[in-house]
Design a protein around this ligand. Structure first.
Ligand SMILES: Cc1cc2nc3c(=O)[nH]c(=O)nc-3n(C[C@H](O)[C@H](O)[C@H](O)COP(=O)(O)OP(=O)(O)OC[C@H]3O[C@@H](n4cnc5c(N)ncnc54)[C@H](O)[C@@H]3O)c2cc1C
Length: 465
């Protein structure tokens, strides 16, 4: 059983298949150089390492040893796995599919090498509720817009489809559990207080959210100052929680039905997660760094390293943008509303290429996930699937007043503004007092007009796709 971003015992179809054919050896491949190329950040690596330790303990109780092998680049993986297979005498390899282009290429190469050496391979779909390729348009093409995708997804979903598969029973006597103190050079203590790892912790988070908060999700999800969202993205991203477990737990609140007013809006987010996985699996150019809408690759993004740095450090002079960016720097997580506001600010107000922002987010986020991050960035830059039209540009000042009306969140993130009145919080210059806070890096009206003109003129000379 080759574990990747599916670090759980329960609802793991590849692990179940392996145990049915047992005895099982589990492995995890450390690809430090490739992770660096993919901008995987230190917080995420530390969380991944802690999640590995947790799954190693759970596997050890089942009598399954977890072996770590090194293969710095994905190209090294087939050889490293074959060597392990020969050393341990395994005849079959099981794993759950991953959908970004490089991961698919790696996995295809592994299948070829294994089969050439007489080792059977089984690839299951444990990371999504509906595998890519199963939700297609009438013309059998992939969906490029979320709402019709969701409709078809709901039509196709069978009542039993999202029922999690049970954890396998013990395969033998308990074995000693592997334990790591660091992963790819990153100490696992990093962020451990904020992000404890493991399946049990993930389940507790999920239950607490569904029991106490999900009914207010629709009304509170856009307010970063409230605990309005589930905070489970990190667990989903390493797979200590599965999307099916989320759907199933939600359906238990609706007497077994997936849809119900208390949970619909939240379940829609889990469907978004599936959607972006389908997008990267079925539109290979997206994994190669291209805009989903290819014509948008002609946008002449500005080369403005100082402005990029100001955005990264949270010193743009726009309080809501800076509060979001500092939340990211300080905690490794950012509220969804702020991911949209900050991403739109970078791509529209500063006209800086979304790929710089995508990379910075990956380096900082504990929940960094290629599909969701790329989807979110391309949405914000207007280059993606459901992309917001380029002329609809958030005003960061009014977004602040609307989504942090009491200023609770912004004051917490920007203590230098804590004493400002509500009236001046999102326009500190107007307070007329000296502040240790920068002037706005760019004027909103000017920036908005500049972005609209650049997008309009480029797109009129390049037909949209
Ligand atoms: C620019 C940008 C970058 C993003 N980068 C990431 C990322 O790297 N990793 C990541 O998991 N999410 C990303 N998102 C999506 C979203 O912001 C986070 O999933 C969400 O904030 C996580 O908080 P939560 O667990 O409390 O979410 P909830 O609102 O409680 O939602 C539950 C789960 O649904 C999924 N989900 C929610 N919104 C989305 C979405 N828009 N797209 C795909 N899945 C979604 C997540 O797995 C989330 O944990 C990004 C969004 C934007 C706009």
């Amino acid at each position: 059983m080759w574990f990747r971003n599916d670090l759980r015992i329960a609802d793991n179809p590849a692990l179940v298949a392996a145990c049915e054919s047992g005895p099982v050896v589990a492995c995890f491949v450390v690809s430090s150089a490739q992770w660096r190329d993919h901008a995987v950040g230190e917080r995420r690596l530390a969380f991944l390492g802690r999640s590995l330790n947790a799954v190693a303990v759970a596997l050890a109780k089942l009598g399954i040893p977890l072996k770590l092998i090194e293969a710095p680049h994905f190209d090294d993986v087939p050889g490293a796995l074959l060597a392990l297979a020969e050393q341990t005498g395994v005849r079959q390899l099981m794993f759950n599919a991953e959908y970004p282009g490089n991961e698919q290429k790696r996995d295809d190469a592994v299948v070829t090498v294994m089969q050439a050496n007489g080792i059977a391979v089984m690839r299951t779909h444990g990371g999504v509720s509906m595998p890519p390729g199963t939700i297609m348009t009438q013309k059998d093409t992939p969906f490029s817009v979320y709402t019709p995708f969701k409709r078809r997804w709901l039509e196709r979903l069978q009542p039993d489809q999202f029922r999690p598969v049970a954890a396998p029973s013990p395969q033998g006597e308990k074995v000693p559990a592997m334990h790591l103190d660091s992963l790819a050079g990153v100490p696992l203590a990093l962020g451990s207080e904020s992000w404890p790892a493991g399946e049990q912790v993930a389940q507790n988070h999920l239950k607490e959210f569904l029991n106490k908060h999900v009914v207010q999700y629709e009304s509170q999800r856009n307010f970063p100052g409230l605990h309005g969202t589930s905070n489970i993205s990190a667990y989903l991203s390493v797979g200590s929680l599965s999307s099916n477990q989320c759907l199933y737990a939600a359906s238990e609140m609706n007497r077994g039905r997936l849809r119900g007013p208390a949970t619909d809006s939240w379940v829609d987010q889990i469907i978004w997660r599936d959607f972006y996985r389908h997008v990267i699996a079925l539109f290979p150019h997206v994994s190669k760094g291209f805009a989903f809408k290819r014509s948008y690759d002609s946008i002449p993004w500005r080369d403005a390293p100082q402005e990029l740095a100001a955005w990264q450090q949270g010193v743009t002079g726009y309080p809501l943008v800076d509060a979001g960016m500092r939340q990211l720097l300080n905690t490794g997580w950012m509220h969804n509303r702020l991911r949209m506001v900050t991403a739109m600010f970078l791509t529209k107000h500063l006209l800086i290429d979304w790929r710089h922002g995508e990379r910075h987010f990956m380096q900082q986020l504990v929940d960094g996930d290629f599909a969701a991050n790329n989807g979110g960035w391309q949405w914000s830059a207007s280059t993606g699937t459901d992309a917001t039209p380029y002329f609809r540009i958030f005003n960061p000042t009014t977004q602040g007043r609307r989504f942090d009306p009491l200023g609770r969140f912004t004051r917490e993130m920007l203590p230098e503004l804590a004493d400002l009145s509500d009236r001046h919080l999102f326009e500190p210059r107007k307070a007329g007092i000296g502040l240790d806070y920068p002037e706005p890096i760019v004027e909103h009206k000017f920036a908005r007009q500049r972005a609209i003109e650049v997008f309009r003129s480029q797109l009129s000379s390049h037909p949209t796709d």
